[in-house]
Ligand binder design. Structure first.
Ligand code: AMP
Ligand code: ZN
Length: 473
């Protein structure tokens, strides 16, 4: 077993990961997607980081139990307790039920993560299937004096939790002026947050459950505390998410969980930086300035070229997305695959002792980068050094690449991506031609092209706002 060191947001230090529980299994909880829309490639960057983390923990010789939630209850348009219900807005727009929306985007999420070779967490849990547990959780917080009922909602009293704000380094009083927490006259303190709503602000709030406080629905933060403790127990090794979750969501999770348990809950907090657009803007679902994996596929990119791009940056550094960057990544990725094929077809020269020793030291160096806070860009640079090396025979290069690919998961040994094969220039051109026909309201032509694509094994589904969803037979 080798030690793995990771940056802990809570302490602001790089620390060795030491499993807390006596069985030695690392318990990891990652905040999952809100399923009222597609996960965008920014969200997917965070899930790629978490996948590299999971694979690196396994590389360090540790066992892991990895849990992720699906936020399929109503979700507000802001992190605070205000705004519209995003799920309801999507249901109205797409003329579907709220649960149909949730399942549709959950399925899409797993289709995308699969295409990116992101391993499915050991347990995936839906918020709507844990409402009774959440109610019990809130009842206990109330019994312990951490929650209060005011004007139909149950609030968490942050003044009762002395460490509130520690993760983000914010003082509780500073939050008074914080832009992200909206004024609510029912709150005793500005940083208090809702645990259970019964006074729905939304017309036709659909997903509601009975509780001792009345019919209603849970606040967003309570789902992660409840499901994490239910599936991973009282002591968590790692909790992950994107940096946007630090200040409100994760701060609130800590307050609830530690108030509920009466002791420290999670040891290490890891946060992935944003994928940004060129103009410094965060890619965001609610702003609507986002790109999905389907868009990249439609443009002819392999999903794994995007994974390659993500690996070129460190997870704690922002990554700027542009098609020029993606083109460069796709070209390097293809070269890497071609090199693999070239080395694998080489009849082979004998492996000298020196070459064997060199190979072993390079593997150690590679592991060293990953096990020291997931330095993927350095590990990738080393992979290129191996590819270009004059001191290693092809067989050891292939062995090194296979070993690296256990973590990179770029399918280096596979000939060509199936999706990419399906999206030939001809098919991309047909999709584009159909888009134009639809813009010109030439429905007959649009249908003809759809039938033609269908014959070629490509299924096109039209979405509102002129978007299309592409799948393969
Ligand atoms: P959501 O579905 O919006 O709750 O987000 C799912 C995950 O993606 C969370 O861990 C977020 O912190 C993360 N995330 C949101 N926006 C971005 C972005 N632009 N870049 C990277 N990660 C993001
Ligand atoms: Zn969460």
């Amino acid at each position: 077993m080798t030690e793995i060191k990771l940056h802990n947001t809570y302490t602001q230090r790089i620390e060795p990961l030491k499993p807390i529980n006596t069985d030695g299994v690392v318990r990891m909880y990652c905040c999952g997607p809100t399923v009222y829309n597609y996960a965008h490639i920014g969200n997917l960057r965070t899930y790629i980081f978490e996948d590299v983390l999971r694979k690196s923990i396994i590389r360090a010789g540790l066992k892991i139990r990895h849990v992720m939630n699906i936020t399929d209850v109503g979700h507000l348009t802001s992190d605070a307790d205000s705004g519209d219900d995003k799920m309801l807005l999507a249901a109205e727009k797409e003329k579907k039920s709220v649960l149909e929306i949730a399942r549709k985007y959950e399925d899409k999420f797993f289709e995308h993560t699969k295409a990116l070779n992101i391993a499915r967490p050991d347990i995936v849990c839906r918020a709507t299937e844990h409402i009774a547990d959440m109610i019990k959780f809130v009842e206990k917080l109330e019994e312990k004096g951490y929650a209060y009922f005011q004007n139909g909602n149950v609030y968490f009293d942050t003044s009762k939790f002395k460490d509130y704000g520690r993760l983000s380094g914010q003082n509780r009083k500073d939050l008074r002026h914080g832009a992200r927490v909206e004024e609510d006259s029912n709150k005793r303190n500005p940083s208090d947050f809702v645990l259970w709503f019964t006074t729905s602000k939304f017309k036709d709030q659909i997903l509601q459950w009975d509780s001792k406080w009345g019919r209603g629905y849970p606040g967003w933060h309570i789902e992660c505390s409840t499901m994490s403790i239910k599936h991973l127990g009282e002591r968590l090794d790692i909790h992950c998410g994107g940096v946007d979750h630090i200040a409100v969501h994760h701060e609130n999770e800590i307050a609830q969980s530690e108030a509920f348990l009466g002791h420290k809950w999670c040891n290490m907090w890891l946060h992935g930086e944003f994928l940004q657009m060129k103009n410094d803007e965060k890619m965001s679902k609610s702003k609507g300035n986002f790109i999905t994996l389907d868009t990249l596929i439609e443009k002819g990119y392999s999903p794994l070229a995007y994974r390659y791009l993500v690996l070129t940056s460190h997870y704690r550094a922002p990554l700027v997305f542009s098609y020029e960057n993606l083109d460069a990544a796709a070209s390097a990725y293809n070269k890497l695959k071609n090199k693999y094929a070239e080395f694998a077809s080489d009849s082979g020269e004998p492996i000298s002792d020196n070459a064997q020793k060199l190979y072993e030291s390079l593997v150690d160096e590679f592991n060293g980068y990953l096990l020291n806070d997931l330095k993927t860009s350095q590990a990738l640079a080393l992979l290129w050094k191996v590819v270009k090396s004059k001191d290693l025979p092809s067989s050891l290069k292939v062995k090194f690449m296979d070993n690296a690919d256990e973590i990179f998961a770029l399918d280096l040994s596979k000939a060509e991506d199936k999706r990419q094969t399906a999206l030939t220039d001809e098919i991309s051109a047909l999709i584009e031609e159909r888009k134009q026909a639809r813009l010109n309201k030439d429905w007959q032509k649009s249908d003809e092209i759809r039938d033609l694509l269908d014959k070629k094994g490509v299924i096109i589904k039209d979405l509102p706002m002129g978007e299309v969803e592409i799948s393969f037979k």
